[in-house]
Design a protein around this ligand. Structure first.
Ligand SMILES: Cc1ncc(COP(=O)(O)O)c(C=O)c1O
Length: 425
């Protein structure tokens, strides 16, 4: 169905009334959202994979390259000074965003994956774990928060134990409390599941871990774009996220590490910009965060990330949460009324992600049909093969929502799924 611009405007106005957010104004900031794909206006519902970027982010990066590009930390000239200031201002923006206590607790990385690898590598070198120690992960972890810990297990002789989920897709916190013991050295849990949308009660996980001296890493890749995160209030040791899932650029993200943790952690990569002094005999390392930022960093990425934070805070995380919650409730009602459709995970606290399977239709076929209708969703195991195995499905279709999505887009998703059902069943 082709939606005429005037009709589209009124649908947007309707969805703006839905929860008080001016969705039309937000959408106008995203150039890509005016695209048509396959003869339809784009309905982009693949936000858990990556979000689209507002003009402010695109322009901040363009401005940086057009006017201030230079290498950081090493020059005395004007541009080097501007670039260094832009990079360090971005660090301060991330610090404020996560409510960390010092800029030195923020390390720029390529994204959540690199941040987790950085910590896993450091803990291995630090010999934080020994044979017989235990690493606890939840059953809903992304491969990025699974595979690095498997290697740490293999390198140290530690054991990896999995915190189970309840039937509704929430974390079994009682089981977690029973599992933590004096051999537990590390707990790594996602804040929000990229498959089920479950928001995990991180604050409840901290006291048991603290009591036995274990460290706690939180994977915030699916959280920072939906919830206000205060790392001091959460009480975790490490918190990681990727810029590209929160309206920022690809190739940049951040690791928060409590100052006392980073002070003990050996560096990940070695080279320029992370040292205090080098002779052929010996190298001494710089203090955090520079110790973890070897080589030329992604300065334009950090500038873009800072602009994305400004965008998120400008719209407001509270209105975003309300908007996304109403979209998710609407989507849940529409989708679950389709015959043969099963949505997975209905934890009470959820972010804007719905994974589902449709009887008799493979997830990839369904996603292809939705694409024909201009609706972009993701199908597959979503880098969560252990979770898929425990759910007993090889793949799901996943619709994930962002601040710019509308009720009309969700209705188009549901209509396209319903048409596929009629054809296949
Ligand atoms: C929960 C979760 N953790 C980690 C990642 C990895 O993020 P990146 O690929 O940006 O490093 C993702 C990406 O989908 C994710 O959803």
């Amino acid at each position: 169905m082709r939606i005429e611009p005037r009709e589209k405007q009124s649908l947007l106005a309707e969805s703006a009334l839905w929860d008080g957010l001016d969705v039309a104004a937000v959408r106008a900031e995203f150039p890509i959202l005016s695209r048509w794909v396959r003869g339809h206006p784009l309905a982009y519902l693949d936000n858990a994979a990556t979000t689209q970027k507002p003009a402010s982010v695109i322009h901040a990066m363009e401005r940086y390259y057009a006017l201030s590009n230079a290498n950081v930390h090493r020059g005395v000239h004007q541009l080097a000074d501007e670039a260094t200031r832009a990079f360090e201002d971005a660090r301060e923006a991330v610090r404020r965003f996560l409510h960390a206590s010092k800029p030195g607790e923020i390390v720029f990385v390529r994204g959540a994956t690199e941040a987790i690898n950085l910590v896993a590598h450091g803990l291995a070198r630090q010999r934080w774990l020994r044979e017989g120690d235990e690493i606890l992960l939840s059953a809903m972890e992304h491969h990025a928060n699974t595979v690095p810990w498997q290697r740490l297990r293999d390198d140290t002789g530690a054991a990896l134990r999995v915190i189970p989920l309840l039937e509704d897709g929430s974390l079994d916190v009682d089981a977690y409390e029973r599992m933590v013991n004096r051999k537990t050295r590390l707990v790594a849990v996602t804040h929000v599941s990229n498959v089920l949308g479950t928001i995990n009660p991180i604050r409840r996980l901290v006291p048991p871990a603290r009591a036995v001296g274990a460290q706690l890493l939180v994977d915030g890749a699916q959280a920072v774009q939906h919830l206000e995160v205060d790392v001091q209030e959460l009480g975790c040791d490490y918190y990681v996220f990727s810029g590209h899932k929160m309206y920022g650029p690809m190739g940049v993200g951040a690791l928060f590490g409590r100052a006392e943790r980073l002070a003990e952690l050996p560096p990940f990569q070695l080279g320029g910009d992370m040292i205090r002094s080098v002779t052929f005999e010996r190298t001494t390392f710089a203090d955090p965060p520079n110790r973890f930022e070897a080589g030329t960093p992604n300065v334009a990425g950090a500038v873009g990330l800072s602009a994305a934070i400004e965008f998120l805070l400008g719209v407001g995380l509270a209105p975003i949460r309300v908007h996304e919650r109403s979209l998710t409730e609407h989507a849940w009602a529409q989708l679950t009324s389709i015959r043969g459709l099963r949505a997975l995970g209905h934890a009470p606290e959820r972010a804007g992600v719905i994974s589902f399977v449709l009887d008799g239709v493979h997830a990839h076929d369904l996603a292809t049909i939705l694409d024909e209708a201009g609706v972009a969703v993701r199908a597959g195991h979503h880098c969560c093969q252990p979770l898929m195995a425990s759910l007993g499905v090889p793949a799901t279709v996943r619709a994930s929502f962002a601040v710019y999505n509308t009720v009309e887009e969700i209705d188009r998703l549901a209509e396209a799924v319903e048409s596929a059902r009629r054809v296949f069943q």
